[in-house]
Design a protein around this ligand. Structure first.
Ligand SMILES: C[S@@+](CC[C@H](N)C(=O)[O-])C[C@H]1O[C@@H](n2cnc3c(N)ncnc32)[C@H](O)[C@@H]1O
Length: 213
């Protein structure tokens, strides 16, 4: 079940401006391009887009994997409403939208071939639990591709966490090596990790591709 908190309303408010063309082109499109390139050789039957937002990437996954079922999961009703509008012209049998929070996914164990998660992981209040939950729903050999903001050092991560916590919405942008450690502890082998270049003042996110053991 989704857990309502202060973040939900932040994302509900944000959803109104989220699809702005300039924001998408500069901030999110490069991330989606990188994730799609990374999964291009896969043939998944079931794909979860965790923290799917307004469904920009879910829509492209539906096109890229014409035989697959795509499940968009998000905690924000505002984001999900926009995702529903975006996907309405798609084959309704092939997608679903679920309101749930990372770590509490209402999905069957070992039922998913691929999880993608873009620009969302750094918002999760319990990232270890989120990864353990993903390890449960992914089948053995399934893939998890996360692209999210990542600080370079633990000190930077702690600083950003405490500053953003004071503002009411903590951001947990763990460095790449911490992400690798957490994935290893959660039953994943990391097979690829790199920064995704993009223009503008927002930092370059880190893409991490991991295989469920
Ligand atoms: C910056 S948006 C990214 C949306 C989309 N993945 C994209 O790349 O365009 C972050 C999204 O993560 C969602 N989110 C934040 N915390 C979440 C949680 N605990 N569980 C599920 N989704 C969450 C927000 O509602 C929001 O839609």
């Amino acid at each position: 079940m989704a857990r309502a908190d202060g973040r939900t309303s932040l994302f509900d408010r944000w959803s109104a401006a989220y699809d702005g063309a300039a924001l998408q082109r500069v901030a999110y499109r490069p991330v989606h391009d990188a994730v799609l390139a990374r999964v291009d050789d896969l043939e998944p039957e079931t794909v979860v887009d965790l923290g799917c937002g307004t469904g920009q990437l879910s829509r492209r996954l539906l096109v890229r994997f014409p035989e697959a079922t795509i499940v968009g999961v998000d905690v924000s009703d505002g984001m999900l409403a926009r995702a529903a509008d975006r996907l309405a012209s798609s084959d309704a049998d092939r997608y679903g939208l679920v309101r749930a929070s990372a770590g509490w996914l209402p999905l069957t164990r070992s039922s998913v071939d691929l999880v993608v998660c873009t620009e969302s992981f750094h918002w999760y209040p319990d990232q270890a639990r989120a990864l353990q939950d993903l390890a449960d729903v992914l089948r053995s050999g399934g893939r998890l591709v996360v692209a999210s903001i990542a600080l370079v050092t633990d000190v930077g991560d702690r600083l950003v966490r405490s500053v953003t916590r004071a503002g009411g919405t903590p951001v947990r942008a763990m460095p790449s090596h911490r992400m690798r450690q957490l994935l290893a502890r959660s039953g994943f082998d990391v097979i690829h990790q790199r920064r995704i270049p993009r223009l503008g003042p927002i930092g370059w996110p880190v893409l991490t591709d991991a295989r469920r053991r």
